[in-house]
Write a protein that binds this ligand. Structure first.
Ligand SMILES: Nc1ncnc2c1ncn2[C@@H]1O[C@H](COP(=O)(O)OP(=O)(O)OP(=O)(O)O)[C@@H](O)[C@H]1O
Length: 586
């Protein structure tokens, strides 16, 4: 399954409006009562507005022409009451639909975010964070705008138009049909042009996503930019995406504005037809002045909403383009589902790789036919050159990815049969570059150990002491309350690794993976960590990925990982012998 959203965008641009709308309406199915109330208000509003011209025509023919001013006054009062009621219903429906729009925005953002939580690493490797942010923030807002501002006008316009159309055809079918002819041309024009408009908007939303990705990348790498004095580099890159965004926005703007002039032109044509034909019909006594006034008003009532629909249709196209981008995320599935539960096998190795093959992308294998076994309670070191496949091996143990072939077994059970909670409880992972969340040291420790969520500082400190981590906590001048800014930039990389270390050790995992976890720590502190690792429960298996020899001195067994092959090298002394004899023979 390809997780590259922008690749999919290119292929699936042609979702029909109907299919897109159907999917969207499913999301707001629970809003049905509110939608019904709002629709009733719209119907009443449009109905009242529609009665106006008829009553005016009636008043002219029956009271004005007969100089019956009492009747004129009466009907004026009725009209005033009707318009005031229409004002109230309009306010009511706007209020209701505004709420629907905001709730849709809320639900959509939650739904997308929940989906993002279940998608695998491969998804995040294939998509830029900035583009995803733009989909969650910007594209959802397009839908909110449509629902809260445009939908009621949309329905109202259609109801008013239908009512006006019925009046026009019922009063004089021939004149009515002639008046409605330009509307047919508008319909054909809209049908032909809409896919092009939607595409232009989709391209624009994609470029907004690209710009957001660029901003995100440059802001998160500002330190490198300043250190290399390459502000110009990102400026140029930003300039390019901004230019692209400008170009696509102008394109979308032009496309969006194509409807209005065409609608206005045909609307003017329709009024001209009514005026010419109407005057002719009056001259042959087939029509009255009052009817012509009503007729003209209904033409306005028909074509004005139609003109309004032009703008609303544009909003609809923008919203649908946004919805396409959102539904691409919602349609994604996790390609790493849990398989059926299996019994754990007694006396099985704590971890086993059976003929494992793996590649991040198709046709480029990174790990080739790896078979290895790790026994409970031992310390294993994985060493080898940069890019050899050490972190990849560790990622498979933590099930960040599934093998493309072969099996990874935990306690003799296929790792895929564990629930994420079970698996995470068994495996502690300290990454090469640990990520910390903004908050305090305590918040970051609790993030990996929710079981201590309600512990006071003193209680948590006691747990930390029991796990021999007290000396590490002392390194932070304000202990658990030491502030950590977003991404952990306010503390050193070594300190970040210490927090990540405490976070992982407190989980009491069966397997603790340290991926270059001490690379940025001074030798004195590193000795402290070794001491802590020695004192871990005897059942904890340690997997240490390292470049520095002193880090792996105490390992029970060493594996060489090179060019996607993992070979057993025995103890530290054996490995050293092999390395030296290899050097001597070469
Ligand atoms: N997310 C990824 N997408 C595609 N290829 C990747 C990805 N991560 C790693 N690789 C590739 O996989 C290979 C093994 O990388 P890996 O990170 O496992 O090596 P390593 O032995 O841990 O290296 P180091 O000692 O530098 O950490 C490399 O060729 C790398 O380019």
């Amino acid at each position: 399954m390809s997780y590259d959203l922008n690749h999919i965008s290119g292929q699936q641009q042609k979702t029909s409006n109907y299919a897109a709308l159907k999917g969207l309406l499913k999301l707001i199915a629970h809003e049905r009562p509110t939608l019904l109330k709002a629709s009733a208000a719209i119907l009443l509003n449009s109905g009242l507005n529609l009665c106006g011209p008829f009553l005016i025509g009636y008043t002219i023919d029956h009271y004005v022409q007969h100089k019956d001013y009492h009747g004129v006054l009466l009907f004026s009062g009725i009209l005033l009451g009707m318009y005031l009621t229409a004002l109230f219903t309009s306010y009511f429906q706007t209020n209701l639909m505004g709420g629907v729009g905001q709730r849709l925005l809320f639900t959509l953002r939650n739904t997308i975010f929940e989906k993002l939580q279940v998608l695998p690493m491969a998804f995040f490797n294939s998509n830029k964070a900035g583009d995803l942010i733009s989909r969650v923030n910007n594209d959802t807002d397009k839908l909110n705008t449509f629902f809260s501002q445009s939908l009621t006008q949309f329905i109202g316009s259609i109801v008013t138009m239908t009512g006006a159309g019925i009046f026009l055809l019922a009063t004089n079918p021939k004149l009515g049909a002639a008046t409605l002819l330009p509307a047919l041309l508008i319909l054909i024009f809209t049908k032909v042009v809409s896919p092009w408009v939607k595409k232009k908007n989709a391209v624009n939303l994609k470029s907004v996503g690209g710009m957001s990705a660029e901003i995100q990348e440059s802001l998160s790498n500002f330190r490198v930019i300043i250190a290399f004095n390459r502000r110009d580099y990102f400026r140029q890159r930003f300039d390019a995406v901004n230019r692209e965004n400008y170009r696509t926005a102008v394109g979308a703007g032009l496309a969006n504005n194509v409807f209005l002039p065409v609608y206005s032109f045909f609307s003017g044509m329709a009024q001209l037809i009514v005026l010419c034909l109407g005057i002719y019909l009056i001259s042959i006594h087939e029509f009255t002045v009052g009817l012509l006034v009503s007729f003209l008003a209904y033409v306005v009532n028909f074509y004005n909403p139609l003109r309004q629909l032009a703008a609303l249709w544009t909003n609809f196209q923008v919203a649908m383009a946004g919805w396409d981008r959102i539904s691409q995320i919602l349609a994604m599935d996790n390609n790493m589902p849990a398989i059926e539960q299996q019994p754990e096998v007694n006396a099985a190795p704590v971890l086993e790789f059976r003929n494992v093959h793996f590649g991040y992308v198709k046709d480029k294998e990174i790990l080739h036919d790896i078979s290895l076994q790790l026994e409970s309670g031992k310390t294993y070191a994985f060493v080898g050159p940069t890019g050899g496949g050490k972190s990849t091996t560790a990622s498979l143990i933590a099930r960040l990815y599934d093998p493309t072939d072969g099996e990874v077994l935990l306690n003799g059970r296929d790792i895929r049969s564990f629930t994420p909670e079970e698996r995470a409880g068994k495996i502690g992972f300290i990454l090469q570059e640990p990520f910390l969340f903004s908050g305090t040291v305590k918040d970051n420790i609790l993030y990996g150990n929710p079981q201590y969520q309600h512990f006071s500082n003193e209680q948590l400190e006691a747990v930390i002491q029991q796990n021999n981590l007290g000396t590490l906590l002392k390194i932070f001048d304000q202990g658990l309350d030491t502030k950590v800014s977003s991404g952990g930039d306010s503390i050193s990389l070594g300190q970040k690794q210490l927090i990540a270390f405490m976070r992982a050790v407190l989980r009491n995992p069966e397997i603790l993976i340290l991926d270059e976890a001490t690379a940025n720590i001074d030798t004195v502190t590193e000795r402290l960590l070794e001491d802590i690792l020695d004192k871990l429960p005897p059942t904890t298996t340690r997997m240490i990925i390292a470049h520095r020899l002193n880090t792996i001195e105490n390992a029970d067994e060493i594996f060489f990982v090179n060019a996607g092959e993992v070979t057993r090298a025995g103890s530290f002394e054996d490995a050293l012998d092999k390395l030296l004899s290899g050097k001597r023979t070469s």
